[in-house]
Design a protein. Structure first.
Length: 340
């Protein structure tokens, strides 16, 4: 069995809960927003959701509750690609706590091979997703030990035999992880593979702009992100300027734009990808599934433009229900799109 993709990323556990807008306002959260908090603050939010669930049960109403699955942006992409039949290996540390067990069990059920050892006493990272009416989720991350990437020689050795080496943008906040990703990227290219770089989040791209642009210009082949992340990477509020700069880099790229669809850049040419025709229930995982469809399409030998249509189809499936996982078989979702 060959390796289609090795992912170097944060191992997180996602918690999902439906909430109202007063919950968001009370906790300083906004629809469509994201922020990083301490483990203590994450626990407080989880406890508040649990209390709301208990109260709604007493009133005889359907409780919202919070459910947990293996997650994090890269893991969501990995799971969808595994469901499509791609052979994916994942490197990202977890603790030997309950959340770590959830992560490894869920990844194994999707056929994803997790190689990073657990860290005794470490706190597995969590990403809490709060979905208000309208579906525009608010995300709260508590990274825990998720950035403590180690095992440079092992990871680089495996990347040397992979078609794609995926390096997650969030890890640019951790110098040790950056060193690992550089070694992995060099090994991947030496072995004939390509290097994928995700932009993580707008705050991440802004905070690590120099390191990320250096990695993109000197080691990456394929760039994934959204328009806010792209503008943050280039330090501009002008999307057209950011697009021109990205096109000048000569990289292949897929950049999502929410309800506006997406665009794909290849060979210095920009291709517009229309938005999917789907009712928006929850935007969680839309970009992650777009990335899965896009990368799977490239692995399948499709043009970047055609691969972008695969990404849009899976993004449409993701936004049609609560949660980041496809509910329909992604092979069936892509069936019409894969037709010549």
């Amino acid at each position: 069995m060959g390796i289609d993709m090795v992912m170097i990323a944060q191992a997180m556990v996602d918690g999902y809960a439906k909430v109202d807008n007063t919950f968001l306002a009370r906790n300083g959260l906004v629809p469509g927003g994201a922020k990083v908090v301490s483990p203590k603050d994450a626990g407080r939010l989880e406890a508040e959701v649990a209390g709301m669930t208990h109260a709604s049960t007493l009133r005889g109403k359907e409780p919202g509750g919070m459910s947990y699955v293996a997650g994090g942006s890269a893991a969501n992409t990995a799971i969808t690609m595994g469901m499509l039949g791609a052979h994916v290996a994942f490197f990202g540390p977890t603790g030997n706590d309950d959340a770590g067990i959830v992560f490894h069990n869920d990844m194994a059920s999707a056929g994803i091979l997790c190689f990073h050892p657990t860290i005794p006493g470490g706190a597995t990272g969590r990403c809490l997703v709060f979905v208000p009416p309208g579906g525009d989720r608010s995300m709260v991350a508590s990274p825990g030990i998720s950035g403590e990437i180690a095992g440079e020689e092992v990871i680089a050795g495996m990347c040397g035999h992979a078609r794609l080496c995926f390096c997650e943008g969030f890890l640019f906040s951790y110098p040790g992880a950056v060193s690992v990703m550089k070694a992995a990227a060099e090994a991947a290219r030496s072995g004939g593979g390509q290097v994928v770089m995700s932009l993580g989040a707008a705050w991440c791209a802004a905070a690590n702009r120099d390191a990320m642009r250096d990695f993109m210009e000197n080691r990456a082949d394929i760039i994934l992100g959204n328009e806010g992340e792209l503008m943050a990477l280039y330090g501009t509020q002008d999307l057209q300027q950011a697009v021109r700069m990205l096109m000048a880099s000569g990289k292949t790229a897929a950049i999502t734009r929410g309800g506006e669809g997406a665009f794909v850049i290849s060979g210095g040419v920009l291709h517009i990808i229309p938005p999917p025709e789907a009712e928006v229930v929850d935007t969680t995982g839309a970009g992650d599934n777009f990335a899965a469809g896009f990368l799977y399409g490239l692995l399948d030998g499709l043009s970047p433009q055609h691969a972008g249509r695969c990404g849009a189809a899976l993004a449409g499936e993701a936004i049609s229900h609560v949660g980041a996982r496809p509910q329909r078989n992604p092979r069936q979702v892509l069936g019409p799109v894969l037709q010549p």
